[in-house]
Design a protein around this ligand. Structure first.
Ligand SMILES: [Fe+2]
Ligand SMILES: [Fe+2]
Length: 268
């Protein structure tokens, strides 16, 4: 019997090693799109994802306050930045499979799954690109401690698909659009061409993930005749802890379907 998409998602979520998790993610994405193209789509089904995804033994996960500060001017500081990015990308792989697995019971058009499978596949590529850079610099993912709090948004919104879309792609991934250009600058100044290329790929593809979030958020609000802006403000205030931090990348946010009246009222 063929596996369902939600079963495939759970397989990725329960694989601990980063390289293995991302290889499986890529394999499942390829199978999903091949079946769609052949006109014999893989059924979505329903499955029970773990509350938290499996993770490798390293990195050690610390409270954000205890993660050592990075000084971008030094090679060690740049390794620390890339290590933090690798950690974000690995979480992002799981976040995109988790939205598929977690909400299999909510009827959605096939394009919803296409978007998140594609995003998960891109995150898998991002993780591997950054791991390759770390290894080229004599380090690796797991060499430094990382943020423990990153799965909190997923846990908080495990019963609320609108809350999940509001907080994960439309707040957290949108924040990535704000901060990535500054990161690219740091690596350009240091002449680290490999990292610059990897971060440019990430920057270009993350616009799409925010856009998918906004698209399906608006779709669900429209299906229930809700005002998307008001619902967004309510959900972010419920599930996101703290204010949004300007400066915002207004141009890329606009490209991703996030208008200023969505995020400015939530800023400091
Ligand atoms: Fe990414
Ligand atoms: Fe993303």
């Amino acid at each position: 019997m063929t596996k369902t998409l939600t079963q495939m998602a759970v397989e990725v979520l329960t694989t601990a090693d980063g390289r293995e998790k991302t290889a499986l993610s890529h394999e499942h994405a390829a199978a999903w799109f091949a079946a769609r193209k052949a006109g014999t789509p893989i059924p979505v089904g329903t499955a029970t994802p773990p509350l938290r995804p499996a993770r490798p033994e390293k990195p050690e996960l610390l409270d954000p306050r205890d993660v050592p500060r990075r000084r971008p001017g030094s090679p060690a500081g740049r390794i620390a930045i890339l290590h933090a990015v690798a950690h974000i990308e690995l979480n992002a792989v799981d976040l995109h499979w988790d939205i598929i697995a977690r909400f299999g019971h909510v009827p959605m058009p096939p394009g919803f799954y296409d978007d998140w499978v594609k995003s998960a596949d891109e995150e898998s590529k991002h993780f591997n690109l950054i791991c390759d850079c770390l290894e080229a610099m004599g380090s690796h993912y797991g060499a430094l401690p990382a943020h423990a709090g990153m799965w909190r948004a997923a846990e908080d919104t495990r019963d609320d698909i609108l809350g999940r879309l509001a907080v994960v792609p439309m707040v957290l991934e949108a924040r990535g659009l704000d901060v990535t250009p500054g990161m690219i600058d740091i690596f350009e100044k240091a002449g680290e061409d490999g990292a610059v290329a990897a971060l440019r790929t990430i920057y270009a593809e993350e616009v799409g993930h925010v856009a998918y979030g906004s698209k399906w958020f608006h779709f669900l609000c429209g299906r229930d005749n809700l005002d998307p802006k008001d619902v967004f403000h309510d959900l972010v205030r419920t599930y996101f802890h703290g204010a949004l931090k300007p400066p915002f990348n207004e141009e890329k946010r606009a490209e991703a379907g996030l208008p200023p009246d969505f995020y400015w009222p939530l800023a400091d």
